[in-house]
Design a binder for this molecule. Structure first.
Ligand code: OXD
Ligand code: MN
Length: 590
């Protein structure tokens, strides 16, 4: 417990380990000044004022969007760069075929050359942060050093940052070291390097969220997944949502979807009017840390304290909670603006953009007004559906895990895994059409096991074995499901309305967890009996429902063959149990 005298001591003195690391980085990067973040509101206002003065931020219309600001990134720096993201383990096989790999010594040498003198004429900010509630034994800490004040603002929203985090680091003596510089924002001089064995991250040349807010993907997923394997838990790309049914029972679900597939919408879902009595509580929208509890259940915390969400498409119909949440105290990145300085994006019901996301006069011939990966950063406390249990040090107990992808065909609306081991195969089989969240072609189907392809900090073969091991320790494991909100008909139209209506599928899962409904066994897992899905008030013909729940054996045999070839890349590290599950499914299909 910190005493009053401790609190008066300057931040650098709190942790000699952090101070000496900061000193060595200062020597390497040669900043003009060093600033230690306290994590106060006043500090946030001060940094905002500085960025406004330097015209790096624009104030948005205060009558309609009080305390909201717009940041425009460099046009070549708008998404994660998976091709420049590396896992640097001593043994290449530990990074696995799922990661780009570089020898740690070689990577450090390369990065040192980039970082040398890179902060001349800039301020070096030290951000001590805690991922997860400050008082939770499940949380883990880190320190990010950056030369971007925009990154500081984001980190102050997205993590519990400042003095309290540094106090915890001083007590624990353990933290993830993240060094970041925007460098020259030159894509040719851009690398995101991870050193899991050293609990270290080095990121150079990008200011984009996933590359630069090191607490998020770099720490809370890539490094944490490695830490989690050593310590016996799971760090996953999952939202956490609480659903209260009309009987008053609340169950928590953790759901993995690839980037930009609607995790934020699902986490804040508004129940349809035709399903009265349901309530939804958001614990997290992007990352879940899952720990086996003494009671044999899986318990989850959200390591983040804010949302870095995709803006386009947000409106009162798709996500009213988010739409209301981002009307104040929000940092927008790369949206368009109207003539009276309101933020604008595709999917809004009204308003006209005059400047596009690059600040140019809007011309539809040049593409969308807001960048498809434009983002909002906002405190989770602003969310009308924020769960009172999101801050619980012990987390929330998970009743079901849900995997989902964006698939035109093959995957039905929902199916249930036979058991945990089969569920691990279901998660490993996730595939999805790519989106604008990462640089590259959009709309091509790629394998994205557990929605962790860009985020698992080690060999997927070892990761699946770790999943099997965690399951073996759970006396009361969650049930595991697969969903596909994106199935299309022959004309390309979506068969399922999505958004709030997804509750109908989640409600079926909860009835299954409570043992109140049966299911039809199929080759790939258990499907709902159509009469067990509550479709009251939904305009969905029996034909559409039939199509949504149909399984085409020929397509599935092809899917299994592709999956077998994909899993084969993991060679000896692939758990035999997964191959056995695959063979069981294959045998059932023939
Ligand atoms: C994100 C992502 O920003 O997955 O959450 O890209
Ligand atoms: Mn994500």
């Amino acid at each position: 417990m910190a005493t009053a005298a401790d609190r008066l001591r300057p931040l650098p003195q709190l942790s000699p380990a952090v101070s000496s690391w900061v000193d060595s980085v200062r020597e390497l990067t040669q900043p003009r000044a060093v600033y230690w973040c306290e994590g106060t509101e006043a500090e946030m206002r001060e940094i905002t004022a500085q960025l406004l003065e330097q015209a790096q931020l624009t104030k948005l219309n205060p009558a309609h969007f009080p305390d909201c600001y717009l940041y425009r990134s460099a046009p070549n720096d708008v998404a994660r760069v998976e091709h420049l993201t590396y896992i640097c383990t001593r043994a290449r096989e530990d990074a696995g075929p799922n990661n780009h790999w570089m020898d740690p010594q070689q990577a450090h040498t390369r990065m040192r050359e980039l970082f040398r003198g890179c902060m001349r004429e800039r301020t070096l900010y030290v951000i001590p942060y805690c991922m997860g509630p400050l008082a939770s034994p499940l949380s883990r800490c880190g320190v990010e050093i950056t030369d971007s004040a925009y990154v500081v603002l984001n980190m102050l929203i997205m993590t519990r940052a400042g003095r309290a985090a540094l106090e915890r680091i001083a007590r624990e003596g353990r933290f993830v070291r993240g060094l970041h510089s925007v460098g020259e924002l030159d894509p040719e001089r851009r690398f995101i390097m991870h050193f899991p064995e050293e609990l270290a991250i080095e990121s150079y040349g990008s200011g984009y969220g996933g590359n630069a807010l090191l607490g998020k993907k770099c720490h809370a997923l890539r490094i944490a997944s490695w830490q989690a394997r050593r310590e016996g838990w799971l760090a996953e790309h999952m939202l956490i949502v609480g659903l209260q049914n009309p009987r008053g029972e609340t169950h928590y679900l953790a759901c993995a979807f690839p980037s930009a597939c609607g995790k934020t919408n699902l986490a804040m879902l508004i129940p349809p009017a035709s399903l009265p009595g349901w309530r939804v509580f958001t614990v997290g929208d992007d990352i879940a840390w899952l720990h086996p509890g003494a009671d044999g259940r899986l318990w989850a915390i959200n390591p983040e304290s804010g949302y870095f969400g995709v803006v386009p498409g947000t409106n009162p119909q798709t996500n009213r909670n988010a739409y209301e949440m981002i009307r104040r105290d929000t940092l927008f990145t790369n949206v368009a603006v109207t003539a009276d300085d309101q933020p604008w994006w595709e999917g809004l019901p009204s308003g006209t953009p005059v400047l596009d996301w690059q600040g140019r006069p809007y011309d539809p011939a040049r593409g969308p007004a807001a960048h498809p990966n434009s983002r909002f950063t906002v405190s989770a406390r602003r969310n009308p559906s924020y769960s009172v249990h999101a801050e619980d040090p012990s987390g929330v107990p998970i009743s079901a895990l849900v995997f989902g992808g964006r698939r035109r065909e093959v995957a039905p609306l929902v199916y249930e895994a036979r058991d945990w081991q089969h569920g691990v195969l279901v998660g490993a089989s996730l595939a999805s059409e790519t989106t604008a969240a990462a640089v590259g072609q959009v709309g091509v189907t790629r394998r994205d096991p557990m929605a962790m392809q860009p985020f698992c900090g080690y060999n997927f073969g070892d990761y699946w074995q770790h999943w099997l091991d965690v399951g073996a320790r759970l006396a009361r494991p969650p049930r595991i499901y697969h969903v596909n909100w994106f199935r299309r008909d022959a004309d390309g139209g979506y068969l399922w309305p999505g958004y709030g209506e997804n509750l109908r599928v989640l409600a079926w899962m909860l009835e299954r967890c409570a043992g109140r409904v049966g299911a039809q066994e199929s080759a790939i897992g258990n499907l709902p009996h159509p009469h067990d899905l509550d479709l009251r008030g939904l305009d969905l013909g029996p034909q559409s429902l039939g199509a949504l729940l149909s399984i085409d054996p020929a397509l599935w045999r092809q899917e299994i063959a592709e999956l077998r070839a994909y899993l084969g890349r993991y060679g000896e590290r692939l758990p035999a149990a997964l191959l056995a599950e695959l063979s069981t499914t294959e045998a059932r299909l023939t």
